[in-house]
Write a protein that binds this ligand. Structure first.
Ligand code: 5RP
Length: 241
């Protein structure tokens, strides 16, 4: 049986599938994110049997799911055109469509797809909506040899004007050790930040040597969100995105 939150994720995933069916022309390439909400979306997509040319994927996990669902996964490097639609979840989203992402460690590939899409549709349950980003620890993908130095910069308050508490993400399971991303890098999760200016925060931390990707999606914010609550799914378009 699904938990209440999973029911909401499933509901928004099905709404997103209807949206894709409505707006995506046959023969298009769909960009697909990562996470539990997206997993429901892939299931809905498989059932809808849309006439897609294929999908581009933001993680090895999503690639496996898409393949299992019979949807061909294409290499973005073989495609010259941008993608009409990118559907992905988020860990937090504010009223301007700025997000924190990377809870599933796929932030780098997610940002690459977000940068190549004409429309980013964020799907989530309502619990992800916040007024200020930062309650969720901000994931930062880092080159391992720079991890401690980057952690010290957060502790010293060099980003967002306030000290954050960085923790290296570890792998679940018997062997533990640092989590290694699909790109062979590590993740720092930074707690205790209040990000009032997501664009400035992202630009600032992006400039630190050894940072691969900042889990704040401000320059690549959502164009539209579908947020599920007990009363239904609310669709919001973010002007200017
Ligand atoms: C993965 C992500 C996910 O979109 C984010 O963590 C939300 O996941 P979920 O749908 O499981 O709540 O950014 O890197």
């Amino acid at each position: 049986m699904l938990s209440r939150q999973d029911e909401l994720k499933n509901r928004v995933a099905r709404t997103a599938c209807d949206y894709v069916t409505r707006v995506l022309p046959p023969g298009s390439v769909l960009a697909v994110g990562t996470g539990s909400t997206v997993n429901f979306f892939v299931t809905a997509l498989a059932a809808a049997r849309l006439p897609l040319r294929g999908a581009v994927s933001s993680s090895e996990a999503t690639t496996a799911r898409l393949t299992e669902a019979g949807i061909e996964v294409l290499d973005p490097n073989t495609l010259d055109e941008d993608f009409a639609l990118y559907v992905d979840g988020a860990d937090e989203i504010d009223s301007r469509g700025y997000m924190i992402k990377g809870g599933g460690a796929a932030l780098t590939r997610e940002k690459i797809l977000a940068a190549r899409c004409r429309e980013f549709v964020c799907i989530a349950d309502q619990s992800k909506a916040v007024s200020v980003l930062g309650r969720f620890p901000v994931p930062i993908e880092v080159i391992p040899m720079a991890a401690n130095h980057i952690a010290r910069r957060f502790s010293a308050g060099e980003a967002a004007g306030a000290a954050g508490s960085p923790v290296a993400r570890v792998r679940h399971g018997a062997h533990g050790g640092p989590l290694v991303t699909d790109n062979g890098q590590h993740i720092l999760d930074v707690r205790g930040l209040q990000i009032h200016d997501p664009l400035a925060f992202e630009s600032c931390v992006n400039n630190w040597p050894g940072v691969v990707t900042v889990g704040v999606f401000a320059h690549q914010r959502a164009h539209r969100s579908l947020l599920a609550s007990e009363t239904g799914v609310t669709e919001t378009e973010y002007p200017g995105a």
